[in-house]
Design a protein around this ligand. Structure first.
Ligand code: ATP
Ligand code: MG
Length: 149
């Protein structure tokens, strides 16, 4: 396991952190995004998209899952489980996206998230515009990405 703590002073900082994740992204990586409403989870994924030539990442709070394809053919899945009850999470079938790069908001609702090649990203609001972003990575691929940020 590898842990790093980042500090974001603005929405742009968080997008930039997302861009760096996007630049180093590989298939099979699962990124679990923890934090309150408005913490910056979707902003981070928007940055990931920007690095991959995917513009206009929108919150999947209503669609639950948004699928994007990068210029190089990597499938990027962005899910938001907020509206799911704890017992429905299995039915979304997120387990089947193991060859994609997967970003999941409100992963507390997911009963069996992967345990290998996972990055857990914890946002906490320090002030209206500042966030502490703590990232824990488990597995060779995930730790490799984290070390390059
Ligand atoms: N340092 C920061 N990083 C990210 N967003 C910030 C920051 N400071 C202020 N913000 C604002 O916080 C909001 C973050 O919104 P975002 O949609 O990313 O939240 P979220 O964590 O996805 O919430 P939800 O659980 O509702 O989906 C935006 O309005 C953004 O402008
Ligand atoms: Mg969101």
């Amino acid at each position: 396991m590898t842990e790093r703590i980042f500090f974001s002073r603005s929405e742009d900082d968080t997008r930039e952190l997302g861009r760096r994740i996007g630049e180093n992204l590989c298939e099979g990586l699962c990124v679990l995004l923890y934090g309150d409403l408005g913490a910056g989870k979707t902003v981070l994924v928007r940055g990931v998209g920007e690095a991959l030539g995917i513009s206009g990442v929108r919150s999947p709070s209503f669609t639950l899952i948004n699928e994007y394809e990068s210029g190089s053919g990597l499938l990027v899945i962005h899910a938001d489980l907020y509206r799911l009850g704890e017992n429905d999470a299995g039915s979304l079938g997120l387990e089947e996206y193991e060859d994609s790069a997967l970003f999941v908001e409100w992963p507390e609702r997911w009963r069996n998230p992967p345990v290998e090649d996972v990055m857990r990203v914890y946002f906490s609001a320090v002030s209206e515009s500042e966030r502490e972003v703590r990232i824990l990575a488990v597995g060779e691929r995930a730790e490799g990405v984290l070390m390059k940020l």
